[in-house]
Design a protein around this ligand. Structure first.
Ligand SMILES: NC(=O)c1ccc[n+]([C@@H]2O[C@H](COP(=O)([O-])OP(=O)(O)OC[C@H]3O[C@@H](n4cnc5c(N)ncnc54)[C@H](O)[C@@H]3O)[C@@H](O)[C@H]2O)c1
Length: 424
């Protein structure tokens, strides 16, 4: 047996390392390699990321000698001047590609344009040079995928400018574009080396984008962090109304906003970080993501509302299998409704679609079981349903429809539809 050892002086990137063990059999007919790859991915809460006095970006790009960035067009319009002023103040040359990033842009064509910009159109990045990605979840997913393809793996730093990209899509290793029938179907595992979260950027988010992003925080609270759930019960609405304490002057609420973001990120990374390449199925952060990848595009829902509908439906299902009492279910639905998140949509009454979603996801998850996440033993804890057979599915859908029928609007959310649903 011979060992290939990683030697620092030969490193191709400061951000990644790897090693391999190579064995050959005695008959000299086969050679086997066991290889490992390792990376470090940090998520950091910062205040006023584009204030020249804030050192984080300069800390990365001064040593690099320049910054090549891909920026969401809306974010560029609102924050581009501050971004450019930051790099100018530090004397760091900045080259940007400003990119429209609507859900309909989440396609391979967008990724190819980004890769052409990074690789050929004047930038020609070194394989260890971190790209800067500034935007919401769509830009995160597409630019992250472009970085994974360029030089087969190019590091990137993420500034998550929306709630979704700050707490979930930004630090996520799942870069992707949509398939024709299923969201996020094509992609690569390629997390950012650093994600900067600055809630001051949420001040300019449209209310519907702010609201649907909070669904990802509710998700982590419901399956992993009861204390976070309590914070959302008490302060969720105020955080929404003040755009995470960025309007008005309430230092106590600002502290709560930071605590909510930190707890959500920590809960997320505790599971995601320990299973970066999805080599295991026990993924609490997949709560709300078993049926929704199928019904979200069909209904044209904003992602967070689709996740919230599934979370609420699964809570009803959990009461039927004895995993959750009705108080737990009602507490979850109450938090969602208080935040204006959908808890029901007629699309889930299409049992054929729901069954097809199960089939697709079961196949994707290896075929052995469904691995549908549901709260178990109270909120803040979860388990995995191996199967949801048709009779149980139908009963849960019926019960959930009846339950939500008693709510004003039948459990619909506020501003729950995608405005650019043309990709569906
Ligand atoms: N990869 C993952 O693990 C993962 C996880 C969750 C969600 N997602 C994906 O994320 C996407 C949703 O993310 P999203 O809500 O950020 O959507 P988005 O990227 O479409 O952003 C929503 C809108 O807000 C704008 N925007 C972003 N930041 C802004 C700011 N600071 N001020 C004003 N406007 C701003 C964008 O231009 C866009 O118009 C979906 O495609 C979803 O599938 C991916």
């Amino acid at each position: 047996m011979t060992a290939l050892r990683h030697l620092d002086e030969y490193a191709t990137s400061a951000h990644y390392s790897g090693s391999g063990h190579v064995r050959r059999d005695a008959e000299r007919r086969s050679v086997t390699v066991d290889a490992t790859f390792s990376l470090r991915s940090e998520v950091r809460l910062v205040d006023d990321v584009f204030d020249p006095a804030t050192p984080d970006l300069a800390g990365v790009y001064l040593p690099a000698g320049r910054c090549v960035a891909i920026v969401d067009a809306t974010v560029d319009r609102l924050h581009g001047r501050a971004l450019r002023a930051y790099f100018a103040a530090h004397g760091i040359p900045l080259t940007t590609m400003v990119c429209r990033a609507l859900e309909e842009d989440k396609v391979l064509g967008t990724v190819c344009r980004m890769a052409a910009f990074l690789g050929g159109d004047g930038c020609d990045l070194a394989r260890g040079e971190p790209v800067l990605v500034v935007g919401g979840g769509v830009l995160t997913d597409t630019a992250g995928l472009a970085c994974s393809l360029l030089n087969r793996r190019t590091p990137y730093v993420m500034i998550g400018t929306s709630v979704v990209s700050a707490v979930d899509a930004g630090p996520s290793p799942r870069t992707c574009v949509n398939g024709t029938l299923m969201k996020n179907a094509l992609g690569a595992y390629h997390p950012p080396v650093l994600t900067l979260v600055d809630r001051a950027l949420f001040r300019t988010l449209a209310p519907e984008h702010l609201r649907h992003g909070v669904a990802e925080i509710v998700k982590m609270a419901a399956v992993d962090d009861e204390a976070l759930f309590t914070l959302l019960q008490r302060h969720g609405r105020a955080l929404l109304d003040t755009r995470f304490a960025t309007t008005g002057d309430d230092p106590e609420l600002a502290g709560i906003a930071d605590e909510v973001l930190f707890r959500s990120l920590h809960a997320y990374l505790r599971h995601e970080g320990a299973n970066m390449f999805e080599t295991r199925q026990d993924r609490p952060h997949a709560y709300g993501h078993t049926w929704s990848p199928k019904f979200e595009p069909v209904a044209g829902l904003l992602h967070g509302h689709a996740v919230a509908v599934e979370m609420a439906f699964t809570a009803t299902l959990a009461t039927l299998v004895g995993w959750l009492d009705v108080d737990g279910r009602d507490a979850l639905l109450a938090v969602c409704r208080d935040l204006g998140l959908a808890v029901h949509h007629p699309v889930i009454e299409d049992l054929e679609l729901m069954r097809a979603a199960q089939e697709t996801v079961r196949r994707k998850r290896g075929g052995s079981a469904l691995w549908a996440v549901a709260p178990r033993g109270g909120l803040g804890r979860c388990d995995y349903l191996a199967e949801v057979e048709h009779r149980l599915l139908a009963e849960a859908v019926g019960r959930h429809r009846a339950l939500c029928g008693g709510f004003p609007g039948g459990g619909r959310g506020v501003g729950m539809y995608l405005r650019d649903a043309r990709w569906t």
